[in-house]
Design a protein. Sequence first.
Length: 298
Amino acid sequence: MKLEQLSMFVTVAELGSLSKASAKLNKTQPAISQSIRQLENSFKLALFNRSAYRLELTEAGKALYHKAALLLDDASALQKTAQHLAQGNEVSITIAIEASFNLKGILPLLASVQNQFTNTQIIIKQEYLTGAFQAIQNNQATLCISPSPDNLVQQTQIESHFLTNGSLINVAAPALINRHSMLKTSQALLNEYQIIVQDSGTGSKDIEWGVQEGQRRWYVNDFSTKKMLIENAMGWGKLPSHVAERSLKNGTITRLDLSDVKTELNVKYYIMKNKLQPLGPVANAVWEQFTHYTFNLF
């Protein structure tokens, strides 16, 4: 059994005619007929009923036609993947994204990359705080999208391009706020729990941003859990504006205005690459598309 024989079998089955199959495959009718006979001999089965004017599949032929069509599709996909890799394209690329970034803004770009490079796996790796930036520093990601660390100027091996703005909003549930009749400063919330997302990197080791001394705190590893705890008056803290948006509208949480804490923290997001880690063709195409894309989220 050869793929060429299966191709002839499937084509004749779909067109119902040797002459039409001959024209489509650019093969002579005797060559196609001989190949199908050889296939039938190897299977020890009749694939076509030749008594009618139009070639019709036998019951066995119908069963094998579907299997053969799938096998040819798989062979075609295998060939395309081999060609894709032979051109130097990557098997996979990893994009580390800091979790406060609104993915909605890059969905058109990701769809474009998906359609353009169907044989390269795109891995979206969600990280928190310094985790995304650290991933490209340590060659654990191909690209990253993250707020710019304070020491980026000194990171000469990192190339960055500004993408868009975002914000983090200080929020709490009405029930928590109502527990404090004169709530003006964070000092009044020392005995409430501040809900904090843990850093997936090590850049904030021994540093706690926006946490006052003596503050009770709970640590979580994602914004979804953090929002759920805040909505249920179990604590307070900052959420990305796109994460908090619906809950702010329906009143399950409200902005927490304190005189000594910024209610809204503006954030600038960048796409970054490590210049010491040369990009392959797919990663470079992704980089080029990102650096020429205009965001319209905010």
